[in-house]
Design a binder for this molecule. Structure first.
Ligand code: SF4
Length: 384
């Protein structure tokens, strides 16, 4: 691929022509991992050279890293290129203070192992405070269901991401004066990501949000578990790269849970490869992503059942401390709630048929029926 077009980019002309982005996308749709790797390294060279030409020795480069698999592959590629070019870079980790313990430990270990200059971008508030101040609206209101319309409130998840993620990152960029930021965003993660890939491509100047050059070296790489296929050959690029270079990965990826009543195996918490095999067979398997642990966004994928099985303390704190229980009861399917009333009345746990009565006796209800919220808001997967 010819990457000369990136040399023509300026802050006033921050994006490459769309037809070249489409060509790049098509190239990646059939390229081998080796070819994608060479393209990614060449792209990283172009991006670094651009800021070195602009700022000389003062050029400041950063890799935004969540310590998830896409980030770590991006970091590995940038390390290779930076070593060849003799430049240094920082790593910024948006520690939302709502991270899995596995991620915190892994971030520390990788920082030591790879000698990284890791800077934490921490929020000034906490998830708990956000929910205390704003209450819980609908757990299933997604980002993008935002205000705009008169009288409608911005969903709490929007506020939450703004406070825990966007604001700390913006502040870190301002404080450290980074001119170029690498990240591990991939088009196959969702339709929205693909649309942003088509719009911004893999190297552009973010004049609005970050005010830096942004480079996404693995934008067109794929993974078997991608939720959106834009017509690529769906190879296992990311994990193949991890295997090829024997990169240590976040142990959270080996804590997957089969959340399917049809499953009769003895172990419901399974490693990554087993999880992918079972998922391909049509079982519902929850495969966690790094990032926030107490978050309502993945509930529709069966997250509550996953947390209950694998991270019970987080599950309880979501229900009781963050106040999600009240909304979950309200969002329960009416038939299911009626059945719960009957069942619990039978045990003598509740006498009144009200949501308040369920909430009052929730501890007892959970003891008798641990799966009470497993299905709330879950979009069922069709059988393969
Ligand atoms: S991912 Fe979820 S918990 Fe994390 S900041 Fe966004 S809404 Fe909040």
């Amino acid at each position: 691929m010819n990457l000369d077009v990136y040399r023509t980019l300026t802050k006033e002309q921050p994006r490459i022509p769309k037809e070249i982005t489409i060509e790049n996308e098509e190239f990646h749709n059939t390229a081998t991992l080796e070819e994608k790797e060479q393209y990614a390294l060449a792209l990283i060279f172009s991006a670094i050279r651009k800021v070195v030409e602009e700022h000389g020795k003062e050029a400041r480069i950063v890799v935004s890293c969540s310590f998830g698999i896409d980030s770590i592959v991006t970091l590995h590629l940038v390390r290779r290129a930076a070593r060849d070019l003799g430049v240094t870079f920082d790593v910024v980790w948006n520690n939302t203070l709502n991270e899995y313990p596995q991620t915190r430990k892994y971030a520390k270990e990788m920082t030591e192992l790879w000698g990284l200059n890791t800077i934490e971008a921490r929020p000034e508030t906490t998830l708990k405070k956000i929910y205390e101040e704003n209450g819980v609206d609908s757990l299933f209101k997604r980002k993008g269901d935002r205000s705009g319309e008169e009288g409608k409130k911005e969903p709490v998840v929007e506020k939450c991401c703004g406070s825990l993620k966007h604001r700390p990152m913006k502040k870190a960029i301002k404080d450290h004066g980074w001119h170029l930021m690498f990240n591990g965003v991939r088009a196959g993660e969702s339709r929205q990501r693909w649309m942003s890939a088509r719009r911004d491509a893999d190297l552009f100047y973010s004049s609005h949000t970050w005010k830096t050059w942004v480079c996404r070296p693995i934008l067109w790489w794929t993974s078997m578990t991608d939720s959106f296929n834009y017509g690529n050959s769906r190879q296992e690029d990311v994990w193949e790269y991890v295997r090829k270079y024997d990169i240590p990965y976040n142990p959270l990826y080996d804590l997957n849970a089969v959340i399917d009543d049809r499953f009769t195996g003895a172990e419901t918490v399974v490693k990554r490869e087993e999880a992918e095999r079972l998922s391909a067979e049509g079982f519902n398997v929850f495969m966690p992503r790094t990032g926030c642990q107490a978050c309502p966004i993945p509930i529709k994928r069966g997250y509550l059942r996953y947390l209950r099985q694998v991270f019970p303390k987080t599950y309880r704190s979501m229900l009781f401390q963050l106040g999600f229980a009240r909304v979950l009861i309200a969002e329960m399917d009416e038939k299911v709630r009626d059945e719960l009333f009957e069942e619990m009345s039978g045990f003598g746990v509740i006498t009144e048929k009200t949501e308040e009565a369920i909430l009052d006796r929730l501890e007892d209800i959970i003891e008798l029926k641990p799966c009470v919220f497993d299905g709330v808001g879950v979009v069922k997967k069709r059988r393969a």
